[in-house]
Write a protein that binds this ligand. Structure first.
Ligand SMILES: [Zn+2]
Length: 122
């Protein structure tokens, strides 16, 4: 089990990470108004430019999509970790592997505070 001090440290780390991720996403994507936690990459606006420019913009959009997807997934993991931390006492499942139910090592949580599984179940 992780102690309160470490949990607080990890919580702060997660909150900082969340802020950074949201900032990064806001740079090119828009938060979905209908689906919570969902982000949509903004399609570049065509400003009546040349065909080649439009092709560049479509290419850029296609490059951004998988980036957005990965950032969104991390953000979801971070949010779910933060939700777990909110619960206190025995209801708190933070730091416990979702697959085998064992504690996730401190080293792993330090490196990856949003980890849902232990190093073995990863
Ligand atoms: Zn496990």
């Amino acid at each position: 089990m992780i102690n309160e001090e470490l949990q607080l440290k990890l919580k702060q780390k997660l909150e900082k990470e969340k802020e950074l991720l949201e900032k990064e996403l806001q740079g090119f994507a828009k938060k979905s108004e209908t689906l919570k936690g969902d982000w949509k990459t903004r399609f570049p606006k065509f400003n009546g430019g040349k065909i080649e420019e439009e092709a560049d913009e479509i290419e850029e959009y296609e490059t951004l999509l998988p980036i957005e997807y990965n950032l969104e997934l991390r953000l979801k993991d971070i949010n779910s970790a933060l939700n777990k931390i909110k619960k206190s006492g025995p209801a708190c499942k933070y730091g416990i592997c979702e697959k085998c139910g064992k504690s996730i090592s401190k080293e792993r949580l330090n490196a990856c505070p949003e980890a849902k599984t232990c190093a073995k179940c990863k």
